[in-house]
Design a protein around this ligand. Sequence first.
Ligand SMILES: Cc1cc2nc3c(=O)[nH]c(=O)nc-3n(C[C@H](O)[C@H](O)[C@H](O)COP(=O)(O)O)c2cc1C
Ligand code: SF4
Ligand code: SF4
Length: 316
Amino acid sequence: METRRNFIKKSAVVSAALCLPVSLTSESRAAYPDLKTRHPQKVLILWYSQTGQTYRYARLIGCILKGKNLKVDEREIQEVDKRILPDYDLIIVGTPVFYYDTPSNISDWLEKIPAIKGTPVAAFVAFGGPEGNQHNASCHILKILASKGGVPVGRDAFRNIPSYPTPEWNTSQQISGRHLPNAATFDQVRRFAADILERISRGETISISYEIALREGLRALPLVWLNKKAVNKHSVDAAKCIACGTCVRKCPTKAIDPFKRVVNRDKCLVCFGCLNNCPADAVIMEYSGRRLYGFREYLKRNNITIMEPEEFKTCT
Ligand SMILES: Cc1cc2nc3c(=O)[nH]c(=O)nc-3n(C[C@H](O)[C@H](O)[C@H](O)COP(=O)(O)O)c2cc1C
Ligand code: SF4
Ligand code: SF4
């Protein structure tokens, strides 16, 4: 009988093979409804962010649009009452890429929004490495928004330090992305915001063009399940926990209870939000028998300060 270790090893080999950067493009330009305005006044930026990177981009986009005299609401997506969406002239959604896709809690949320017929919509993702399927993950967001009547006017992906924890934090992606975001990343974000307004003013839309990449096949694998199997320990260290509640706030499924020191493994999405955000290194997670430490702890141990854009000094 196959051992669990062999099974996980084989899955990793299949995953690596599927990661080969073969890509074609598949375009789908559906017949979108007419744009409801060419002069948006009220913008909603919905963001989901576990380690702060997507939030940083959402804030910067907000600053750029406020600088153009638009009224901007930036909201954490899961805190928003979905009924407000049709009140906006432009909706921008930003998420990280998790497991080669939009985080499942966010795609589930978006699937339940009301009709937004004719509303210009744009999507961006924060991602950790070049072969992370970031392009298709952002198309996935647009596809859901378009299915509700939204009209795609922008899409982009911004690379930064990957927050997927490994025991040594020394994978090639973690090393090569360590200095990101940088000035060029922030310029890319500024262009993204400006291009959206330009496009809307010209009445232009964009197509949702998926890359037909072999790594797209990874989404068909039960990645969350495989990772859950590989995480052989997940609990809270009573001696270190300072009862701050951060892990509870960050957990999308309310799977962790630091006061009882338990994690409901059935509910857990293996997003590492608890581990990555714990300020006391009190979340215990072992991956294939090796202890992990989180993103905050990684930044602290390596004395890394993430760059902030200039706009944050003046924009509120
Ligand atoms: C559970 C998990 C899975 C991830 N999967 C991917 C991935 O498939 N592709 C990728 O490019 N980055 C991946 N990453 C890296 C994140 O997309 C990246 O660090 C992102 O900037 C995190 O955004 P946030 O700080 O807003 O949470 C993953 C990170 C985590 C924690
Ligand atoms: S308990 Fe699981 S789902 Fe909740 S934050 Fe931790 S890793 Fe994510
Ligand atoms: S984030 Fe860490 S310190 Fe805070 S309650 Fe959770 S386990 Fe305890």
